[in-house]
Ligand binder design. Structure first.
Ligand SMILES: [Zn+2]
Length: 443
């Protein structure tokens, strides 16, 4: 049996109570961490060794909300200026996603997933949109995920914005992919039932999607109250706020994810807590779209499980964590506000969210018996590095360091900064540029 030893690193466990273990070896066998022991322990050996001396070993990082389809938009300057969030969608995203072919989605995902490996992100919760190429699109993304070797939970965003036929195709795509995942093709893949957002979903479509998801026992992944206009639309058209409307259709629950929740009120937070729906905070996206700042402290105070995602603004979770902290300070006009709480979105919130998808793997925490998903950061701390300072280093130091090695399920995806996969990064980048050029011409 092949085994891997990541030796002599400074091990950071993360999880609910992050600990620092100096000069430790991490032994991985059969996809799991089987031993974490002081360097030199006679039981610590492996058929392959990665030297982590002078480096920091973290559990693989988790991105709880992203869009792998969106890479090819980078640099596109053709969209008309937008004054509102609705215009951002109409001028850019909805125009773009209508033009996406499956091959565009494939290369877009490949680029984003390689970048994730380069930033130590090993688990991603994705939300796919390609309205003129719905059927089979999740298989295309799943192929890219399998090729790159990370873990991902996929869904297709059902919406009425492109007509009822596309909405039905989205429901069918979710149902088919949930079924395929259940048949256990790949342990690294999971499925949810995707919905765009309440304001692009009619009652009839919500009813159909809810029934299909319920029959499959799938959790839902939906954008909630990202902009104030989502709430205004819901109250105007349906006589109730967004969370209440989703609740009436049975969309909320411990298997479901509500992304953003920037404009939910206190009652909606209570509903999210009571139904144990997870919320994912995406601060960089919210700042970029100027939609507001989610009241994460209030949600946590009401007992809502809150995690951290990038909404495809980056694949670097430590960059997102910094942004989460800075926007929290700015929103509170308090430079000391919520440091531990904000860090916990990444260290504990995301781990709890993906535990619901991969129960028993202990993703997001480095511990014996947990999944062998690791990231080795090229970071030799210049100041004291221990249990009391590690979160400060995460935000202000490790976030600025490069990742040397990334490992998923004991398999080395990158070592010494070199991707070790059977794929050609330069060829993928060239293909992405070609596809982007053609896509931009159709835009
Ligand atoms: Zn999103």
């Amino acid at each position: 049996m092949s085994s891997l030893l990541v030796e002599n690193g400074t091990v950071v466990t993360l999880g609910p109570h992050p600990r620092v273990l100096n000069r430790h070896d991490v032994r991985c066998e059969d996809g799991r961490v089987t031993r974490i022991a002081p360097h030199g322990d006679p039981e610590s050996h492996g058929t392959r060794t990665i030297n982590a001396s002078g480096k920091v070993v973290l559990p693989g990082l988790i991105n709880a909300h992203t869009h792998l389809y969106s890479t090819l938009v980078r640099g596109l300057a053709k969209a008309a200026p937008s004054a509102t969030f609705r215009e951002v969608l109409e001028h850019l995203w909805w125009r773009l996603d209508r033009q996406l072919t499956q091959e565009d989605c494939r290369v877009s995902a490949e680029v984003a997933l390689i970048e994730a490996i380069r930033h130590g992100t090993t688990t991603l919760v994705d939300h796919q949109a390609s309205p003129t190429a719905v059927r089979g699109s999740l298989d295309v993304i799943a192929d890219a995920v399998a090729r790159v070797g990370v873990r991902a939970c996929l869904c297709y965003e059902v919406s009425d914005r492109d007509g009822v036929e596309v909405a039905r195709a989205g429901i069918a795509e979710n149902a088919a992919f949930v079924g395929r995942c259940r048949s256990g093709r790949d342990e690294r893949l999971r499925a949810m039932f995707g919905l765009h957002a309440a304001f692009t979903l009619s009652d009839a479509t919500l009813e159909r999607a809810a029934a299909a998801g319920r029959d499959l026992g799938a959790g839902f992944h939906v954008h909630v109250a990202e902009a104030a206009s989502d709430e205004e639309h819901s109250v105007r058209e349906h006589g109730m706020r967004v969370v209440e409307r989703l609740h009436r259709f049975g969309i909320l629950g411990p298997g479901s994810i509500a992304a953003h929740c920037v404009h939910v009120d206190g009652h909606e937070m209570e509903r999210l807590a009571e139904t144990r729906t997870a919320v994912v905070h995406n601060p960089q996206s919210n700042m970029n779209n100027a939609v507001g700042v989610a009241d994460v402290p209030a949600m946590l105070a009401k007992g809502v499980l809150v995690g951290l995602g990038t909404d495809a603004m980056t694949t670097d979770m430590l960059e997102e964590l910094r942004a989460a902290l800075f926007v929290r300070h700015l929103a509170a006009r308090d430079p000391s506000a919520g440091f531990l709480e904000t860090a916990s979105l990444l260290t504990a919130g995301n781990a709890a969210i993906v535990e619901r998808l991969w129960p028993g793997l202990g993703l997001g925490e480095l511990r014996e018996g947990g999944a062998a998903d690791l990231a080795v950061f090229d970071y030799d701390p210049p100041t004291p590095f221990d249990d009391t300072t590690v979160l400060g280093h995460l935000v202000f130091g490790l976030s600025q360091a490069s990742v040397d090695a990334t490992i998923v399920g004991g398999k080395v995806l990158m070592a010494d900064g070199r991707i070790e996969l059977d794929l050609d990064e330069a060829e993928i980048a060239a293909r992405a540029r070609e596809r982007a050029k053609a896509l931009w011409e159709r835009f």
